[in-house]
Write a protein that binds this ligand. Structure first.
Ligand code: SAM
Length: 433
C-alpha cells in the first residue's frame, strides 16, 4: 500500500483562486506533516466546519473556514497563527512598517518580555523586502512606539524557527510575541502565533499519573492524535471510543479529556486495575468539564477481556469507534536480520489475523478503527511489514480516505522517532458490508 507523502499531496491539491485573508489561519505541522494534516482535517470535521485549503507546504497549512479549530485538542499540530498581512516580495519597507506598528499597538505585550521570529519555507528569503532582519528592526521600533522600553529577542535554535518548548519556557506567547514569516513564491505572509501545542500538560499528566509502564506506553500526544483520527470520516465525532488493548489507559484518558465517552479492556487483570486507577485520577484532577456532565469516570468502563475471544453479549450494543495499539514489543536490542524480521512478521501476521477478527465481531458496520501495525526496521536498513491491505479485506475493512480540497489520500501514517526497531504504522479503516 502506498504511503501518502506530503510532497505528493501538495502536487495533487488545487487551490481556490482566493487571496489569503486575515480571517484565515496558519497551522504549523509537527514532525510528521501527513499526520498533522490529517488531524487538522479531522478536527475541522469535529467542528462541523468545512475548511478550504489555501496553501500547503511540508511545514504547515493555511485554511479558510467559517469556524476555526483550537489546537489544544490536537497532539500533532505545533502552532496556530493569525494573519497580520500579506506582502508582495518587493513591497516598500514603509508599508510593512505601517501595518506592523498598527498591529503591535493593538497587542498585549509586557515590558521586558521575550519575543521572537520563526520563518518557514524560506528558500526565497533573500529576495523579499520582508525578512527576519527587516522584521527585527521594524518590530523593535514598533515596541518603542507603544512604550515598551525593553523586549528581549530570543533567536531560533533549530533551523529558522522557535520550538513550542522554547516558546513556553520563555513565556513568549503569554507575555511577548512570536512573529511568523511564511515565505511563498511571490509574497511573504506575516503572522502571529496565538496558540501552541500544550506539551507541558501532556508531560505533566504523563509524569503524575499513578501508573505507567515505560516500554509499553503510547505517548499521550500520539494517543490524542489517534483519537482525533476517527473523525477523518465525517459525522464520527461524539461517538464512544473503545480501546481493547488499553494497557495503562493512555487512549481512554485522551478520549475522556476530549469530552468523549470512553471504555477499554485488556487481557491482563493488573492492566485493568491500573488503567481504572489512572482514569479515576484523571477524572478527579483534570476532567472538570466532562466530570460535571458525566461524573467521575466509571470503573466498570474498563474490564478484563481477551480480544481474541470477545465478550459479544457485553459489546453487542457498542456503536462507537475502536482506537488501539496491540503489543509491538520485541525482546531484541539491535536491528534484526531480514531472516529474523520475517519470523517476527509471521508471528505478527498470526496475531493480527486474530485481532482483526475480534475487532470485526465488535465494530458495527460503518464503524471506524484506528489501529497501529508494526513495521520492522532490519539491520540491512530494509523495512518489513504485514500485507495490510489483504488482511483488512479479509475481515471486510476498508481504509478511510482524507479529503483535502479536491484531493484524497489514504489514512495511513508512519510514526517513528529516532529509528526504533519497530516503527508504528497507523491506519484508519472502517467496517463495510
Ligand atoms: C502496547 S500495550 C497498550 C499500551 C496502551 N496503549 C498504553 O499506552 O498504556 C498492549 C496491551 O495489549 C494487551 N493485550 C495483549 N494481547 C491481548 C489480547 N489478546 N486481548 C486483549 N489485550 C491484549 C497487553 O496486556 C498490553 O497491555
Amino acid at each position: 500500500m502506498k504511503l501518502p507523502k506530503i510532497s505528493e499531496i501538495i502536487q495533487d491539491i488545487s487551490y481556490p483562486m482566493k487571496k489569503i485573508s486575515i480571517s484565515d489561519k496558519l497551522y504549523i505541522f509537527g514532525r510528521n506533516p501527513e499526520l498533522s494534516l490529517a488531524e487538522i482535517v479531522a478536527r475541522y470535521n469535529v467542528n462541523q466546519s468545512s475548511p478550504i485549503i489555501k496553501d500547503l507546504t511540508a511545514s504547515g497549512i493555511i485554511i479558510e473556514s467559517e469556524k476555526h479549530i483550537s489546537i489544544s485538542n490536537c497532539g500533532a499540530v505545533l502552532k496556530k497563527c493569525k494573519i497580520i498581512g500579506v506582502f508582495l516580495k518587493n513591497i516598500p519597507i514603509s508599508e510593512i512598517a505601517l501595518v506592523l506598528e498598527t498591529h503591535i499597538s493593538g497587542e498585549y505585550i509586557i515590558d521586558k518580555s521575550n519575543w521572537g521570529i520563526s520563518s518557514y519555507n524560506d528558500d526565497s528569503v533573500h529576495h523579499a523586502t520582508l525578512n527576519s532582519q527587516t522584521l527585527h528592526q521594524l518590530a523593535k521600533k514598533g515596541f518603542k512606539s507603544i512604550g515598551i522600553k525593553k523586549a528581549y529577542y530570543i533567536p531560533p535554535m533549530e533551523g529558522n524557527s522557535l520550538t513550542p518548548q522554547k516558546l513556553l519556557r520563555k513565556k513568549i506567547i503569554d507575555e511577548g510575541i512570536e512573529f511568523i514569516l511564511w515565505y511563498r513564491k511571490k509574497d511573504v505572509i506575516l503572522c502571529q502565533t496565538e496558540e501552541i501545542i500544550d506539551i507541558d500538560s501532556f508531560a505533566k499528566r504523563d509524569k503524575e499519573r499513578p501508573h505507567k509502564r515505560l516500554l509499553l506506553l503510547l505517548g499521550l500526544a500520539l494517543a490524542r492524535s489517534m483519537v482525533n483520527l476517527v473523525s477523518v470520516e465525517k459525522n464520527k465525532h461524539n461517538l464512544p471510543i473503545y480501546d481493547p488493548f488499553c494497557g495503562m489507559g493512555s487512549i481512554i484518558q485522551e478520549a475522556y479529556l476530549l469530552g468523549l465517552q470512553s471504555m477499554g479492556s485488556d487481557i491482563d487483570k493488573s492492566c485493568v486495575i491500573r488503567s481504572q486507577e489512572n482514569l479515576n485520577w484523571i477524572s478527579q484532577t483534570r476532567g472538570k468539564q466532562f466530570r460535571k456532565k458525566y461524573g467521575i469516570f466509571p470503573s466498570k468502563n474498563i474490564f478484563e477481556m481477551d480480544l481474541i475471544a470477545p465478550d459479544i453479549p457485553l459489546l453487542q450494543n457498542f456503536n462507537g469507534s475502536i482506537v488501539a495499539e496491540p503489543n509491538l514489543l520485541t525482546p531484541l536490542k539491535t536491528y534484526p536480520s531480514i531472516f529474523e524480521a520475517k519470523k517476527m512478521i509471521n508471528q505478527f501476521e498470526e496475531n493480527y489475523n486474530r485481532y482483526l477478527k475480534g475487532i470485526s465481531q465488535i465494530l458495527p458496520t460503518g464503524g471506524i478503527c484506528v489501529l497501529i501495525f508494526p513495521q520492522i526496521h532490519t539491520a540491512e536498513n530494509i523495512r518489513l511489514s504485514l500485507e495490510i491491505e489483504r488482511l483488512l479485506k479479509k475481515y471486510k475493512f476498508k481504509i478511510c480516505e482524507i479529503k483535502a480540497n479536491n484531493a484524497k489520500f489514504p489514512s495511513f501514517f508512519i510514526h517513528a522517532w529516532k529509528s526504533p526497531i519497530i516503527e508504528r504504522q497507523i491506519l484508519v479503516f472502517k467496517k463495510v458490508k
